[in-house]
Design a protein around this ligand. Sequence first.
Ligand code: SF4
Ligand code: SF4
Length: 275
Amino acid sequence: MSAETNQNSTAPNTISIDGREIPFKAGQTIMDAALAAGVYIPHLCHRPGLTPHGSCKLCTVDIASRDFASHNSDRRVQIKFSVDADSRSVSACTAPAIAGQQISNNTPALNEVRKTITQMLFIEGNHLCPSCEKSGNCTLQAVAYHLGMLDGHFPQFFPHREVDASHPTVMLDRDRCILCELCVRASREVDGKNVFAIAGRGTTAHLIVNSPSGKLADSGLETGDMAVHICPVGAILIKEHGYEVPIGRRTFDLHQVGEIGLEKIVLAKTRHTDE
Ligand code: SF4
Ligand code: SF4
């Protein structure tokens, strides 16, 4: 029986992640079902409540090909990372949960792929953690620790990126932007503003501000907007609140990145009483 047929039968809607049976509801993605069951799938560009984006690829999982026509056919990926050639790789945040899926998530091969992606994110930007206000509250840094990343591995790009300090309360340092588009979606879908967008493609892709001058000062951004608080790295920061929480008492000093529901804690901690 195909997975699609099984979904329409009276069989309970469950998928298997690393051998654990997990229920799901119609319309949920693999990520939705995993999070609801307390299973961590590493991710950076996903946030419950916002439209899934599938861009960071950290949440790549393998689905056994038994029930599927397509295979993981990229031989270069298979050889480099020992990925199972009889499986199909998908982004868990965008792939629908389908009854009967046999999913691999927390495997050495997949975590090696994730570590390589994380290393690329570090070297593509300018990430100098010891001098970054986000250190300890940064999801990229926490994921790097989680995956056992010890260095950037690849040569540094050292890109020249524009810093926008024009706004009275918000600072945009594109050096640390990983193009996750969380701020883009939060501004559009929650704040109802559309302050941010991504322009360019590939290595020229960069975050832009939708305002007459292209500066934050000219935009409708306000300190209380979700777009200001959702950045997983230190690209969007609130001015005049740096280092209020000392290193050693920050989110990822106290929590593992794999703890489910941590996004809410991070969001709450970045809000300030004077907003
Ligand atoms: Fe380090 Fe995160 Fe700051 Fe980048 S944004 S420098 S990874 S703490
Ligand atoms: Fe993502 Fe932050 Fe860059 Fe926006 S500024 S795209 S939230 S990393």
